[in-house]
Design a protein around this ligand. Structure first.
Ligand SMILES: Cc1ncc(COP(=O)(O)O)c(C=O)c1O
Length: 402
């Protein structure tokens, strides 16, 4: 008999979509995988060199459970540059990816029954981790086309039990980038109702409209004492498998995370820590600029293709690396007799008939959405999106062929 908490998790929809794509490819079909939540690229030479040097030097021991002090210092310096104000080593915890930083946040903040406001569509790990910590997710829907939440809707979800709000800008899956006014309003709300903010900024390198990423800690500096900022090198440096992230928070959270990590996992992998440290010491930012240029070009080319969709508004894709389609109209216009009822049905048809893997919005708590990644290899994106457009524009006859 397994513990009840295991039943709280439905499993990853993204992983399931990728498994289905792999199974189709194993049958000899040519599949374009636009389901992945990662940039498919070789990692920076500096990261590889740093790892090799650490291995050659025989690095092999535990580090402090919240990471090497020199790496925490280097991350504090990077974050100070990124946000425009000073962070101290004492604010930084090195984690095994953003995911561990987010779990640290839930486990340090929540007592059983505490409510956490989560903006939906959302990355499914947010509610799962809140449940794991004994908390209760309370969802606030962000609507198309912007998918930026309305502040009155967030305020309406606050109860005496609300402990925190999780925001994620740039957003997975919607690509939304919250404007400064929204970030400031979220900050005001947190102050007025005495809430914590957990700000997942792991797509911060990928903002394609306006200027650059704006952290809520920069938009509203007085909320720093009640914010856990989570970020990672996973997406920015295309090293999802290396598992290196961090959180930045007030010292009491850092002390709590230190206790937690010491009991749960100990330190993040020491070779990965040295690799990132080396990257931060020697990099001139050219790798990051190149990845950004690549994604910006893929976004532009992809949007040109997606403009041809008939019953689906082209996505905004302001940030992260996802095109998020709202299929409400297309689903509503299908005949009542149609076997296609949901975005999941459409994702299945795209895989079976167009050879394109995508992730249905149900994974993110949105029955009408569909996520397509432009972090895929660049040469695959445009042809795959052409097939998506042709299939969606001709959905009724595709159904007949099925
Ligand atoms: C919004 C969001 N946060 C966190 C993560 C996890 O990042 P990491 O691989 O660094 O744990 C992901 C991964 O897809 C994500 O989409």
């Amino acid at each position: 008999m397994l513990a009840h908490r295991i039943s709280l998790f439905s499993g990853s929809g993204t992983a399931a979509a990728r498994e289905a794509a792999k199974a189709a490819a194993a049958q000899g079909r040519e599949i374009a995988d636009l389901a992945a939540g990662e940039v498919i690229a070789a990692p920076p030479a500096s990261v590889r060199e740093g790892a090799i040097a650490a291995i050659q030097a025989g690095v092999n021991r535990y580090t402090d459970s919240i990471g090497l002090p020199c790496l925490r210092k280097a991350v504090a310096k990077k974050l100070s540059t990124d946000t425009g104000f000073a962070w101290d080593t004492d604010n930084i915890v090195i984690t095994a990816g953003a995911k561990q930083g987010l779990l640290d946040a839930s486990l340090t903040l929540l007592d059983p029954g505490d409510e956490v406001i989560i903006i939906r569509p959302c990355w499914p790990t947010f509610p799962s981790q809140v449940c794991l910590a004994g908390g209760k997710p309370v969802f606030v829907d962000a609507r198309p086309p912007s998918y930026v939440p309305e502040i009155h809707a967030i305020r309406g979800a606050v109860t005496p039990k609300t402990k925190a709000i999780i925001i994620n800008s740039p957003n997975n899956p919607t690509g939304a980038v919250y404007d400064r006014t929204t970030l400031q309003a979220v900050g005001d709300l947190a102050i007025n109702y005495n809430l914590w903010i957990v700000s997942d900024e792991c797509y911060s390198s990928f903002v394609f409209v306006g200027h650059r990423h704006q952290s809520i800690t920069a938009a509203h500096p007085s909320i720093r004492s009640r914010t856990i900022l989570v970020n990672a090198f996973s997406k920015e440096l295309a090293i999802t498998g290396w598992r290196l992230g961090y959180l930045a928070a007030p010292p009491e959270i850092v002390a709590a995370a230190k206790k937690l990590q010491s009991m749960m996992t100990s330190n993040a992998n020491v070779i990965a820590q040295h690799a990132i440290l080396h990257h931060l010491e020697v990099s001139d930012g050219s790798y990051e600029r190149e990845i950004y240029r690549r994604l910006a070009a893929a976004r532009k080319a992809g949007l040109r293709v997606l403009c041809k969709l008939k019953d689906v508004a082209p996505p905004r894709a302001d940030g992260s690396f996802f095109f998020y389609l709202d299929l409400k109209t297309i689903l509503a216009r299908l005949p009542r007799t149609s076997s296609i009822r949901t975005a999941e049905d459409i994702a299945r048809i795209l895989l079976e008939q167009a050879g394109v893997a995508s992730v249905a919005g149900s994974t993110f708590g949105d029955e009408a959405g569909l996520r397509l990644s432009f972090g895929a290899p660049p040469e695959t994106i445009e042809p795959a999106l052409e097939k998506v457009v042709a299939t969606l524009n001709d959905l009724k006859s595709h159904e007949a062929a099925a």
